[in-house]
Design a protein. Structure first.
Length: 595
């Protein structure tokens, strides 16, 4: 055993750890957050820490990955990659300040919700028994409610014994009494579990309105930015699946504590939860091994609607509360996308519509009331700033908009603070303006003939050509390639679905942009780089959090929940990885269209 002394912004911790473990693994086991979006593969360079031994920079056992990513100056100062550093002696570690409030999409497509809940409440005053009328209190309750076949748990019977001689409220779910209470409040929780972010909406089940919401960065992110990294972690690490499940449950419970505290209600007044997300996120929520999702033929353990008691998973809500996970379409198109269809009502439209949910993953649906096709493009997490040299999530200090013109660069950052990096929306704008100015050509290469015009911006970074936006924030040739790969996957996916449906771009009436990244990107920039075909440039409409919106609809309405399942059965899923047309279109789409 060796001792690791960890210094964070506001505390110091002393940890005993086994020899040979990675420093990143040690930090993760002790719930110390450090960015590691590549899933400990030593390729993103985001898990930089300062490491010292006896007050001097630790220069032992430097790996090839570290020499490739870190500069010689960084290494000499003690900078190491936590995922690459194995522990063989006691060390002192200094972490960068990473506490950031991310800009998380929470606005909804609509705020109009109909109430047709399968959870209802009724006020009750029981008739007192007499010697001539000795029916049980439970029998009296069933008679008063007009229901002969009601199920009840022993915990609810205990409450009946406590409140039998008073006025109380009965909470009913289908043919079961799930609570007896003195409170008339009836709340539900709609949760959108994204790979990068999570949004929890607290909903009044009686009035049908959202009373508050809380959003946070998915705590599983520290184990990998994308679903494949997390599946690998679950499969390869000891208790990896359990760790990932505990992280998301802990995050949701913290949201519940904050929401109930702000509204001065109790967790026992939350009776229903509907959670949507991609299939991997839903598997991890239930603690179900998702490894089959990542291996051919890419089949999830479940894609059907799941119903569970919330407390069975450790959610801090009423012990008899209902948790529902609506059905998914495939291993990579989940309930969040079906929720998006339900929200936008594209399944009822006469006109053809396109839903693009762009975040860490890229899912898309094309169709109307007569047909719908869906696909998932392996765009990777570049749109969220992952695998980019100066990429970061949309939090304080991220460059989120930029203009490059006539040798000048103007930009804004989130919260107007000093630039720390660049988020997805800023990167797309930067690449679009670099095309517009001729800084890069249609192949994505830097152009020599503009280097004089921008001579102060072209320098070397990480051993390659880079365009500097500020002294510390830049875009490299490799970063541009990452964006090309991501945008080509989305563009080729759209074109493949159009071919499958026998349609052209002209046939599409509206393009809904949903998802954390999709809602914030500039439509002009998306068209300019060829992420979205040029023929759709006047049809783009930001749609807010359609996944969360659909979860609220299903939470409040039995008919919406049934419609959810009907939509799922109507959508045809296209597996792009096995489509020859997609592969051809992907290669063609690597070129920047410059629309």
């Amino acid at each position: 055993m060796h001792r690791v002394v960890v210094h964070t912004e506001d505390r110091m911790l002393s940890i005993e750890a086994k020899e040979g473990k990675s420093l990143l693994g040690i930090l993760q086991e002790n719930s110390i957050f450090l960015e590691a979006p590549c899933g400990s593969r030593g390729i993103c360079g985001k898990c930089k820490v300062l490491v010292f031994k006896e007050g001097k920079p630790y220069l032992e056992n430097i790996t090839e990955e570290e020499r490739r990513i870190l500069t010689s100056d960084e290494i000499q100062k003690g900078t190491r990659l936590a995922c690459c550093l194995k522990l063989f002696e006691s060390l002192e570690v200094f972490l960068p300040y990473l506490k950031q409030e991310a800009r998380i999409l929470s606005n909804l497509y609509t705020n109009k919700f109909e109430v047709d809940s399968d959870i209802i409440t009724e006020k009750v005053v029981l008739e007192r028994p007499t010697l001539d009328d000795q029916k049980s209190y439970f029998s009296r309750l069933k008679s008063l409610l007009g229901r002969k076949d009601l199920k009840v748990s022993h915990s609810v019977l205990k409450k009946l014994a406590e409140f039998k001689d008073e006025e109380f409220f009965v909470v009913l779910y289908n043919d079961e009494i799930i609570d007896i209470t003195k409170s008339e409040n009836l709340f539900g929780l709609a949760i959108d579990i994204g790979t990068t972010t999570v949004v929890c909406y607290l909903v009044d089940l009686l009035k049908g309105n959202v009373v508050d919401y809380y959003s946070f960065v998915n705590p599983q992110k520290k184990f990998g930015a994308d679903v494949i990294s997390r599946i690998d972690f679950a499969a390869q690490q000891e208790d990896g699946l359990s760790v990932l499940q505990k992280e998301i449950i802990k995050g949701i419970n913290e949201a519940i504590r904050i929401l109930t505290s702000r509204l001065s209600i109790t967790k026992d007044e939350i009776y229903k939860v509907v959670a949507v997300g991609n299939p991997t996120m839903l598997h991890l929520l239930l603690g179900v091994d998702p490894v089959s999702i990542a291996t051919s033929p890419f089949v999830p353990v479940f894609a059907e609607k799941i119903e569970e008691r919330g407390q069975a998973l450790g959610l801090e809500i009423n012990k008899n509360a209902i948790l529902k996970l609506p059905g998914s379409l495939s291993a990579y198109v989940g309930a969040d996308i079906v929720a998006g269809i339900l929200s936008t009502e594209m399944h009822k439209s006469k006109k053809v519509r396109l839903l693009l949910d762009l975040g860490t993953n890229g899912e898309m649906v094309l169709g109307n009331k007569d047909f719908m096709v869906a696909a998932s493009a392996a765009a990777g997490p570049a749109f969220e700033g992952v695998n980019l040299s100066c990429g970061m999530n949309a939090s304080s200090g991220a460059i989120d908009s930029i203009k490059i013109k006539d040798g000048k660069i103007e930009f804004t950052t989130i919260e107007n603070t000093q630039p720390k990096g660049i988020c997805g929306s800023g990167t797309i704008l930067a690449v679009a303006f670099m095309l517009e100015e001729g800084i890069i050509d249609e192949t994505g290469r830097f152009c020599e003939d503009v280097k004089e015009k921008y001579k102060d911006n072209f320098r070397q970074a990480n051993g390659q050509d880079a365009f500097f936006i500020t002294d510390s924030v830049y875009i490299t040739q490799k970063d541009i390639r990452e964006i090309q790969l991501a945008k080509a996957a989305i563009s080729a996916g759209i074109k493949t679905m159009l071919k499958e449906a026998g349609l052209s771009e002209d046939d599409i009436e509206t393009v809904y942009l949903a998802g954390g990244f999709g809602n914030y990107i500039s439509p002009w920039a998306a068209i300019k780089i060829g992420l979205i075909p040029e023929g759709l440039k006047d049809k783009v409409k930001p749609a807010g959090n359609t996944a969360g919106n659909g979860a609220i609809l299903a939470l409040l309405s039995k008919s919406a929940e049934k419609e959810f399942e009907k939509i799922k059965k109507r959508v045809k899923y296209i597996e792009l990885s096995s489509s020859p047309e997609f592969n051809e279109l992907f290669v063609e789409s690597m070129i920047f269209d410059q629309g």
